[in-house]
Design a protein around this ligand. Structure first.
Ligand code: G1P
Length: 313
């Protein structure tokens, strides 16, 4: 159980995972394999994110895909043939792993026909929501936020302060241009200094224009008003409909927005460098792979590492 108390009901039933991107930073691997299915040790990144959503009380995952990316959704469908083969061979540990994703939560998908931006991707989920859903969680599968549990804290903040709640990380100043960045102030009656009120938000600002070093870290708890706001914004950074701009519009109209500052770690699975760190981090923590990886890394990083080619004359 997290600090927030996972036994409290969450403020959302549906978690939206935008997975329509082309994964160009991962070419050539992503020529045929969606980047969301690249394994962090043995588990696709999107399964880790789906597990986080389920742990925080989500009942349904809505995956936003693009044409041709059906494999991402297929990962969450039972494969009875594979399961019975594993069962017949007595491979129960693998069977448990294979059954995990389909058993996590109900999965739906919607297609984003054109790559018009994160805001546009989130907007596609509106059509599958039930009328009584007043908020959604959005989890970007590029972001692994560890330890898990920030969505629980965000639910608590929405319950107390209303509106929408986002997760922020404090990034080095020279990296702000890769993120949505918050202008924040302390909450007057704050009991927790890591909950801040958001005054404005700007997508990928130049370093000199950034209002702070608090950046959006791929976890959003958004009031349903976000959909109407997305419909009212114009294309922004990169010529795309930005979720950040829709949130900024809501703030300008008086909608309360807060951030929970995450002080743990976060991996960016969206580029090979961040992905490798995540894989090493997870592997070092694994009982199965950790000990031998640690041993090999120590040797690999040691001064006596000098692989030689065998010659023959
Ligand atoms: C997206 C969001 C940005 C956020 C980032 C977190 O950007 O637009 O506001 O800070 O994710 O990873 P992207 O990395 O998709 O360009």
């Amino acid at each position: 159980m997290t600090e927030a108390g996972a036994n409290l009901s969450p403020c959302f039933r549906t978690a939206v995972v935008p997975a329509a991107g082309m994964g160009t930073r991962f070419l050539p691997a992503t020529k045929t394999v969606p980047k969301e299915l690249l394994p962090v040790v043995d588990t696709p990144g999107i399964e880790l994110v789906a597990g986080e959503a389920a742990d925080s009380g989500a009942e349904r995952l809505v995956i936003v895909t693009s044409p041709g990316k059906d494999g991402v959704v297929a990962h969450f469908v039972e494969d009875l043939v594979l399961e019975s083969k594993l069962e017949a061979k007595g491979k129960f540990k693998l069977l448990e792993k294979v059954r995990k994703a389909p058993g996590l939560l109900e999965v739906d998908s919607v297609v984003q026909e054109e790559p018009l931006g994160l805001g546009h991707a989130v907007l596609q989920a509106e059509r599958v929501l039930d009328d009584d859903e007043t908020a959604i969680a959005v989890l970007l599968p590029d972001d692994l936020v560890l330890p898990r549990g920030v969505l629980d804290v965000m639910s608590r903040v929405r319950r107390k302060r209303g509106g929408s709640v986002l997760c922020a990380i404090d990034v080095p100043k020279d990296q702000v241009s890769a993120y949505g960045v918050f202008e924040v102030e302390e909450v007057p009656d704050a009991v927790n200094p890591n909950v801040l009120k958001v005054l404005s938000m700007v997508e990928k600002p130049a370093v000199e224009d950034a209002p702070s070093t608090f950046a959006a870290a791929g976890r959003y708890l958004l009031d349903r008003a976000i959909f109407d706001a997305i419909r009212r914004i114009e294309p922004g950074s990169g010529g795309e409909l930005q979720l950040t701009d829709a949130i900024a519009l809501l703030i300008s109209e008086g909608h309360p927005v807060h951030v929970v500052v995450h002080r743990g770690s976060r991996h960016d699975l969206g580029n090979p460098g961040g992905y490798l760190r995540a894989a090493v981090d997870f592997a070092l923590d694994s009982d199965e792979y950790g000990p031998s990886l640690r041993e090999w890394l120590t040797e690999r990083l040691g001064d006596s590492w000098a692989p030689q080619l065998t010659t023959y004359e």
